[in-house]
Design a protein around this ligand. Sequence first.
Ligand code: NFE
Ligand code: MG
Length: 571
Amino acid sequence: MARTRVVVDPITRIEGHLRIEAQAENGRITNAWATSTQFRGIEIIMQGRDPRDAWAFTQRICGVCTVVHAVASCRAVEDALGIKIPANANLIRNLIHGMQFVQDHVIHFYHLHALDWVDVVSALSAKPAETAALAKKVSPWPNNSETYFSEVQNRLKTFVGSGQLGIFANGYWGHPAYKLPPAVNLLAVAHYLEALDWQRDVIRLHTVFGGKNPHPNFLVGGMASAINLDSRATINAERLTDIHDMIARAQRFVEQVYFPDLVAIAGFYKEWAGIGGGTGNYLAVGEFPDGDVRDIGSLYLPRGIILNKDISKVWPYDEKLVKEYINSSWYEYSKGDDAGLHPYEGETKAKYSGPKTPWTYLQDEKKYSWMKAPRYDGRAMEVGPLARMLVAYGSGHQEARQLIKEVLDRLEVGPPALFSTLGRVAARGIETVLLARRLSYWYNQLVDRIKGGDTQTFNGDKWDPSTWPAKAQGYGYLDAPRGALGHWVQIEDQKIARYQCVVPSTWNCSPRDGKGVPGPYEAALMDHHPLAKPDQPIEILRTIHSFDPCMACGVHVLDTTGNLVTSVQVQ
Ligand code: NFE
Ligand code: MG
């Protein structure tokens, strides 16, 4: 077979605009390019603003991870100004962020990723009794009945019969890469629909602690969640009970629906444990501090680096070694294209030189993306659930080790299977179980503190800008659902002088650097990657979706010199 060029643009079921180009020969991908075709200017408005407001602006970088940029921003400003937040505020942040993870990962599995593995049309020919028998074998979930599954199948038949597949339109139904028997396809479709209702319920936790969702409220120095058991207007006993019940429902769904489905489906796709690994280098900044966020030892998910797929050694993370390159990106640096800049010196000057026509291949261009190329000590690093679980495993995290081992045993594969597309999907599910369980731990701690008389959620010692030094700088780390996130802030005369974010999808969707080293998406597509039918590139979707891309996060442009990028006239 001659070499085929494949362009997938846009990749759907993600956030933002992503284009993948690949070359394939004899049913295998030989080369790949990932491009963000989107330019965003949201962060230019940070400059000159009050740093106490930064969280509210940076939070709007994304509507999917609607919490993480706000927390990273608060942590960066708190680091710069030397603010310690009260223990209750840290627990509330953990609860909000923990529930964000749980909701986001479940939505990803069912609504953004499942249809790459699950053939909806095949579910029509399933026998609901078979689905029920199979489901009962792996889970005590109360809806696992024949009646329930046949009701779902009838709803699906009505959809298809009307000729309008609605949310299930545009799949590659019938593609030979789909391997699940009809009964398992029906199981997954039923839970796809069920997860829609479930996620809407459990995410109300954000509305209790943060006033609303998406984009709950945060506060530099703590949380704006007043606690008073005797007031109807604050966090009180009734609201805490509501939170308790939401956490219980979140955990039950994750343990009885998501996790068993994941393991059942993965069992039919074991060959994907040898496909789509990629860089072999992983970075986790860690998350969920028990105490002060600067105490790395208190992080529930540990911080560290794995190199060359060697999980016997976790290297310490040194924030000075992060640099961003623009050799393949539509930007210019004052020191030239080959410079690598640490975020404290970060520059973002857009210089678009993209193709003049939409049918030009970007693979033929030197510069081909709006993503910068972040590198750690010169290396392209994968971030996200797989990176976190590998670092946890290598660090001796007992609960993570136990679950990882359980999944590997049930799939009858060894640890090398983790370095793959399937490993990425499994790591996300394992992490969700860990965090769904951890929510109760934070909840109980919070309730115990309140019972003990501690209701403090805000430290106002540094609220008054006249107490700040003339110059300050700091950074805030946070491991978001999609991976390691860092915000860097420099404050001068009480205002933001420079603000930089290095974001999970920027790491993962990075283009090539000056040495030609591909980013994680690109490397994954070049790792033993099949492509059976170039005009139905479902295999590309499987691997790219396994990262859970978010271009809105990845391209977040800051003009550090304060130049006007555009002016909008409001009449
Ligand atoms: Ni827009 Fe986000 C997460 C962050 S990823 S979704 O998780 O940060 O690039
Ligand atoms: Mg950036």
